[in-house]
Design a protein around this ligand. Structure first.
Ligand SMILES: *Cc1c(COP(=O)(O)O)cnc(C)c1O
Length: 536
């Protein structure tokens, strides 16, 4: 008889204790609201939607432990107790593998032994890792809490850009990635640095849907040959950082293998270039490594996470991706390569901290409430539970499989947080061309007819019309259905599959879309006005 792990389905990992009623909105009401909100998905009132796949960012369900942790939140201006708990949780998660200290229990249990509290939480000196402690965090800051991922990106790139300019005014600088997320790309661009994507060559290869539980080709990997060619063609000096995004959100949420991380690490070391993670979905990525990469089956998720992070010099992260409703951070290794390269006159950490205080507040809350900090620290321990990771990943996989069975051009295998449709294939044989923003037309129609919200991540979001023919090559034409953690069940997925399939059968009726306002804006998909062109 098969064991519980061998059944090929997720073991139930949790159950809802609170539910929210979805409003009974009609198609005509949605049409009215769409018109009044310029047909932009980001402007449409969420309360009028049946199923919202726009983003898994901050939109997940909190656990009972997170809700109860809120009560332990401490809103003191300086050095609230959650700050210490969160720093410990980050050390536990990214450095300690199977040997976490779990100092959060001291706070949750109301520990009254003052000496213990000081020795284990409040007055501790750590150094040499991603999170200095005590006096070392004051003299060499390397851990920066911020409200979300893009704030960490802004902090990092806006602080290093002037240092780079000072070094060489004439030089062009490049930051390669296996797939820059839109905010990462925009923050790099906004600081005069050029972002480059090195997607894995097999990304759009076909994959049989019935083999998703058996193997995985790690299509999120970085093209390491292209990376090394860039370094040799430009110069080592022109590449201030190399980035790996885990999982690769822009490349259809695909995972990155440990061996790819190691290869990139080797190249980074060879040329003395700091290597960073965009670490938003590190736990999902670790689960893929455990499930599908040779040699990891018997390792625990925490030990895999520890190994992954041992190969990088630092990371930016959005904690909103399935962990908490708000939170982000920037962390780098104490006296590591990044620290050495960028601490020219002043310590780079001191510069970053000054900017953090200028923009987000005191370092111990970084724009977050004390309650949010406690909920976030709690979730770092829950996110790595294997059954809950499996539940999440299997739900995404089931969604993709059902669409594939119905003939939809879904990117396979499914990644860890979202299902992606290949819109070039979707519109094959119709009169919709790349510059018509058919993916946007699809999202408008899906919302109009069926009350389901999805997100175009293609020519519209990645600004096809503003780019050179060469840059256009790097744009994938996708629509993403992101699944918030612990929010939806089978009925939501089944409703979406039926609606998407119906729309696919009627794809010749999907309108082209024009940008009616704000085509030139940066990160325009959040803010432009749109106009579908319906042919009567
Ligand atoms: C969401 C996301 C970000 C940005 O984080 P925010 O919290 O939305 O600012 C960066 N990188 C990746 C891969 C993401 O998914």
């Amino acid at each position: 008889m098969k064991s519980q792990n061998e059944l090929g389905v997720a073991i139930p990992a949790n159950k809802p204790l609170v539910v929210r009623t979805i409003k009974e909105v009609t198609k005509e009401q949605r049409e009215y609201a769409l018109k009044k909100t310029e047909y932009n998905m980001f402007s449409f009132p969420a309360d009028l939607i049946f199923v919202d796949f726009l983003s898994d960012s901050g939109s997940g369900t909190m656990t009972d432990l997170q809700w109860s942790a809120l009560f332990h939140g401490d809103e003191s201006y300086a050095r609230n107790k959650g700050y210490y708990v969160l720093l410990e949780a980050i050390r536990d998660t990214f450095e300690r593998g199977d040997k976490p200290k779990h100092s959060i229990d001291l706070v949750l249990s109301g520990e009254t032994n003052i000496k213990k509290l000081m020795d284990e939480l409040y007055i501790t000196d750590y150094q040499g890792g991603f999170v200095n402690g005590g006096v070392s965090q004051l003299s060499r800051p390397n851990a920066f809490i911020v409200p979300q991922g893009r704030c960490a990106e802004h902090l990092l790139f806006s602080t290093i850009a002037p240092i780079l300019k000072e070094r060489n005014r004439e030089e062009e600088y490049f930051i390669p990635n296996n797939g820059h997320f839109d905010t990462t790309e925009a923050n790099i661009n906004a600081n005069g640095i050029i972002p480059i994507n090195f997607f894995s060559a097999n990304l759009l290869d076909d994959f049989p849907y019935d083999e998703m539980n058996i193997r995985n080709p790690f299509k999120g990997n970085m093209d390491v040959k292209a990376l090394e060619t860039l370094i040799q063609e430009k110069s080592v000096e022109s590449i201030p950082l190399i980035y790996i995004t885990i999982t690769n959100n822009t490349a259809a949420g695909q995972p990155v293998s440990m061996s790819n991380i190691k290869e990139v690490n080797k190249i980074a070391k060879k040329y003395n270039i700091p290597l960073f993670f965009d670490a938003c979905r590190f736990a999902e990525n670790a689960n893929f490594i455990k499930e599908f990469e040779n040699g990891y089956k018997n390792k625990t998720i925490p030990s895999i996470v520890r190994e992954m992070f041992s190969y990088v010099d630092g990371f930016t992260i959005s904690f909103k991706k399935g962990m908490a409703n708000i939170g982000g951070g920037l962390f780098f290794k104490d006296r590591g390569m990044f620290h050495q390269k960028f601490s020219v006159e002043d310590d780079i950490g001191i510069k970053l901290k000054e900017k953090q205080i200028l923009t987000f507040g005191n370092d111990s809350y970084g724009g977050l409430s004390g309650r949010d900090i406690m909920a976030l620290a709690t979730s770092l321990y829950e996110t790595i539970h294997q059954n809950s990771l499996r539940k999440r990943i299997m739900q995404v996989r089931n969604f993709a499989q059902k669409l594939a069975i119905n003939g939809l051009p879904v990117i396979l295998p499914a990644g860890g947080h979202a299902v992606y449709l290949n819109m070039d294939k979707f519109f094959e044989g119709t009169n919709i061309k790349t510059g018509d923003f058919g993916g946007v037309g699809f999202t408008i129609e899906l919302l109009r007819h069926y009350g389901i919200r999805a997100c175009e991540l293609g020519p519209f979001a990645f600004e096809w019309d503003k780019k050179t023919p060469e840059q256009r090559e790097g744009i994938l034409n996708l629509v993403r259905f992101a699944i918030p953690r612990n929010l939806y069940g089978n009925e939501h997925i089944d409703y979406a599959v039926a609606a998407i399939t119906e729309l696919y059968y009627n794809r010749d009726k999907i309108p082209k879309v024009k940008i009616s306002r704000g085509a030139k804006l940066r990160l325009r998909h959040f803010q432009t006005g749109l106009q579908p062109i319906y042919i009567k």
